[in-house]
Each structure stands twice: as C-alpha cells, then as structure tokens.
Design a protein around this ligand. Structure first.
Ligand code: KIV
Ligand code: NA
Length: 263
C-alpha cells in the first residue's frame, strides 16, 4: 500500500470514499491494522483508560503518548500516524509546539488537539511550523469535568451554532481534519457539508468523511459500558484480522455507523 498522506485524505473526501481510522497503541496491532487497510492509526489518550485503567484521560502524559507513538510507528508501513496531545500539554501555542515536536519526533505525522475556536491561534502556530493538526470538537473527554460528564454535545440550537463556528475557525486556522465526537447526526452532516477539509466522526453520524473507534471497543475487549456509537466487530468474525477488515469494509460501504449507533 502507498503511504497515506494529507493529500490522500483530501483525495478520499473528494472522491466520496470514507476514511477509516482506529486507535492503536502498540507495534503488533499497528502492523495488523496497516495490513487490513486502516488509513489512520490514532495513538489516543484513551490509552489511559483502555491500557492503564484510569477512569478518564486526564492522567496521560506526553512521555507516555510518545512511547506508544514510537511503537505504533515501528509496526506500521503505510498508515498515517496521528497522536493526541494530552490534557495540560497545549495551554499556550508555545507549549503545544514543544510537546507536539516530541510526538512528531516519536513518529507522528499529525497531532490531534481537543477544543474549539479558542484553539485557532495554536492550530495556526503549529501548522505554520510544519505540524498538521486534527481538531477534535463536540464531546472532548479532556474537558469531562467542565462538561459535567460524557454527554452528547450540540443538541440545542445555540450549542450547535457554536460548534459550527468552532469548526470553521479551526479550518480557517489551518486544521487538516475536524474530528467530531458525540454529536447529533444532522449537525455532523451540516459541519461536514460546510467545511472543505475532511471530517472524522465518532458518534457523529454516517455523513462525516470518515469514522474512528477505539480499538478495544470495536474488538469487544473494554470492560466498561458500551457507548451507543460502538459496534463490536468481533461478533461473527473468525479472527481479529477479520474484525478489523470488517470494520474497514463497513465504514467504506456506509453500513457503519447505522441508525442504532447515532444520536
Ligand atoms: O483518545 C481517543 O481514543 C480519541 C478518539 C476517541 C477519537 O480521541
Ligand atoms: Na483522545
């Protein structure tokens, strides 16, 4: 497979082909996902929950994400490697840059940060310095205590308008991707139609340019409560290879997410 770049994502969106993304934390799964055609591997700060057993993403550090990013980068051949900047690592454009450099040097090709229009300055600062950015809006788990729980975002007219404004501001600041988590299907569609850059959804409906799930969730491994937007692809699969291939196929042919996974 050819290396997935920022141009690949633009081409896929333009062609109407869905972009596939999964979280990944080690070299063995990176190799498997790469082989199954997953286009983006995210070293998410969900690491703290699914690998370390914390009940939020807040304790995760840059050093931990760098360690796992290096492992994923060694295991994959052609996928795009995206790494999260964790809680507390991007309070200013300068600290964001210093921490993003650590993750890029560990092997990331793109950096994801959580937040709205207030992050535009940081997005511009990093993109100008050669660091492609995925902006994560909607349910932003690092703000769980500010949000008062893991809740669907953008349900009221005002909050939907604010999220649209955030998405536009982040695109205008140079973001390469907008990722939307836990938002109504209609809003996911409106944001995707409004933007020229690709969108990735997790619980944001079928109309986003692509989809992402946490690896443990889609393999039915995570012991917590199953979120509405999760589908266990191990059901009916003969192997993990089968499950991941099934995920890629279901995202590409539009059968995932189905109505039952959406808000
Ligand atoms: O950390 C993570 O796994 C994420 C995805 C849920 C998008 O940010
Ligand atoms: Na994350």
């Amino acid at each position: 497979n050819k290396a997935v770049t920022i141009h690949t994502l633009v081409t896929l969106r333009a062609a109407g082909e869905k972009i596939t993304m999964l979280t990944c934390y080690d070299a063995s799964f990176a190799s498997l996902m790469d082989r199954c055609g997953v286009e983006i591997l995210l070293i998410g700060d969900s690491l703290g929950m699914v690998c370390n057993g914390h009940n939020s993403t807040l304790p995760v550090t840059v050093a931990e994400l760098a360690y796992h990013t290096a492992s994923v980068a060694r295991g994959s051949k052609s996928a795009m490697i995206m790494a999260d900047l964790p809680f507390g690592a991007y309070g200013t454009p300068e600290t964001a840059y210093a921490n993003a450099v650590i993750l890029m040097q560990a092997g990331a090709h793109m950096i994801k940060i959580e937040g709205g229009a207030w992050l535009a300055e940081t997005v511009r600062f990093l993109t100008e310095r050669g660091i492609p950015i995925c902006a994560h809006i909607g349910l932003t788990p690092q703000s769980v205590h500010q949000l008062g729980g893991y809740k669907v975002q953008g349900k009221s007219t005002e909050s939907a308008a604010e999220l649209k404004n955030d998405a536009l501001a982040l695109q205008n600041a140079g973001a390469a991707i907008v990722l939307m988590e836990a938002m109504p299907t209609q809003l996911g569609k409106e944001v995707t139609d409004m933007l020229t850059i690709p969108t990735i959804g997790i619980g944001a409906g079928p109309d986003c340019s692509g989809q992402v799930l946490v690896m443990h969730d889609m393999l039915g491994v995570f012991p917590g409560r199953k979120a509405r937007f999760v589908r266990n692809f191990m059901e009916g699969a003969a192997s993990i290879d089968d499950a991941v291939t099934g995920y890629v196929k279901a995202v590409k042919d539009g059968s995932f997410p189905a109505l039952e996974h959406c808000f």
